[in-house]
Design a protein around this ligand. Structure first.
Ligand code: NAD
Ligand code: IPM
Ligand code: MN
Length: 369
């Protein structure tokens, strides 16, 4: 059939809550704009552990490989925080990234004008903010060997993780960053700790070489990761595209989310290598987690999940008009003054997850009528 195969993995905590709001939007796009999806749903994370005893089944990984895109919620549950690493809910997302070779995680941080007040920074510092963090996601200290916890002769213990990056791992993620920059403001800032880490030194060298060879038209700068964290708060608009490793990218993107008002606002796309059929594996997810502190209360912000679906439409299905419709609807709803608790400010109208999702849909209807 000509339907796009989408694997939906809602996961834990607020994952299923915010996913419901996207489901309504998908139904509407299917009924009114000719979107054809063949959707499969599976359990991942603690939800899968409870039923199948593993955070993600091999069948689900296989399904993911056969899909045009994976649409992911979030995983994590404090009930499982005392078990061995291979039994943690988080294994689901780590395994998906690794097995599908989803190496380039695009985390855009854009500020909607209506949320100027919700940003943690002064309006003049963030107005018009539009940066793209490209985070490497299948290498670095998340996956490097050796790793583990060893017991020393005196009975005390040693926890070990290793930061590893190879030339080809650095090059392929840097290419994604340079290619993106060419469609934006044509600037890339590469972030590492080349003053302390060999992996960081290699990172800098490989990107410098690649830039000379293939991307001399793009403006390239380098920055140490600690300084980058500071600069993102001092003057975030100095950045266009930031490219960095797995751990620094994780930290810097959570930091960047607060410039836009909330962690509940930021979507992401993770792109993989090209497959035999010419398509690219891809997974879309908000950058936030399962938020156990607010799960079940109906107050989570669904916009990051909704905007992640817009990214899926744009990058995997080539339906940028539908993506823009969603983004415009989100912008209008925020302009109308509706706010979930995480982005609430004086004079605005507070709504829950469901009302926010429905309002976006109503706005999409209005915009397209
Ligand atoms: P988190 O992102 O779940 O939450 C951090 C804070 O932000 C919490 O106070 C939460 O209430 C708030 N928040 C997050 N998303 C929100 C939303 N949409 N609307 C309103 N508020 C929101 O991070 P955490 O608390 O450090 O981690 C909780 C669990 O989630 C852990 O098990 C962690 O491993 C997991 N996690 C999973 C993913 C993922 O699945 N990709 C990402 C991050 C964290
Ligand atoms: C994220 C999360 C994950 C990460 C965890 C849940 C493994 O924090 O997607 O940002 O650290 O990559
Ligand atoms: Mn994270």
């Amino acid at each position: 059939s000509d339907a796009h195969k989408i694997l939906v993995l809602a996961g834990d905590g607020i994952g299923p809550e915010v996913m419901r709001e996207v489901a309504r939007i998908v139904q509407w796009l299917s009924a009114h704009r000719g979107l054809k999806l063949e959707i499969k749903e599976e359990l991942v994370g603690a939800s899968s552990l409870a039923v199948h005893g593993v955070p993600i089944r091999d069948e689900v990984i296989e399904l993911a490989k056969q899909s045009d895109a994976v649409f992911f919620g979030s995983v994590g549950d404090p009930a499982w925080s005392h078990v061995a690493f291979d039994k943690r809910p988080e294994v689901a997302i780590l395994k998906l990234r690794k097995e599908l070779e989803l190496f380039a995680n695009l985390r855009p941080a854009q500020l909607f004008d209506a949320l100027l007040d919700a940003s943690a920074l002064k309006p003049e510092v963030v107005r018009g903010l539009d940066i793209m963090i490209v985070r490497e996601t299948v290498g670095g200290i998340y996956f490097g060997e050796p790793r583990g916890i060893e017991t020393l002769p005196d009975g005390s213990k040693k926890g070990i993780n290793t930061e590893v990056y190879t030339t080809s791992e650095i090059e392929r993620v840097a290419r994604v960053a340079f290619d993106l920059a060419r469609k934006r403001d044509n600037r890339v800032c590469s972030v590492e700790k080349s003053n302390v880490m060999e992996s960081g030194l290699l990172w800098k060298e490989v990107i410098t070489d690649l830039h000379k060879r293939d991307y001399a038209d793009v403006q390239l700068t380098h920055m140490l990761a600690d300084n980058c964290a500071m600069q993102l708060v001092r003057d975030p608009k100095q950045f266009d595209v930031i490219v960095t490793g797995n751990l620094f990218g994780d930290l810097l993107s959570d930091l960047a989310s607060m410039l836009t008002g909330s962690l509940g606002m930021l979507p992401s796309a993770t792109l993989g290598v090209e497959r035999a059929d010419g398509k690219r594996n891809a997974l879309y997810e908000p950058i936030h987690g399962s938020a156990p502190d607010i799960a079940g209360k109906g107050i989570a912000n669904p916009l990051a999940q909704i905007l992640s679906f817009a990214m899926l439409l744009r990058y995997s299905l080539n339906r940028s008009e539908d993506a823009e419709l969603i983004e415009k609807a989100v912008s209008n709803v925020l302009t109308s003054g509706l706010r979930t608790a995480d982005i609430m400010s004086d004079g605005m109208a507070r709504v829950g997850t469901e009302m926010m999702g429905q309002s976006v849909l109503r706005e999409m209807e209005k915009l397209s009528s």
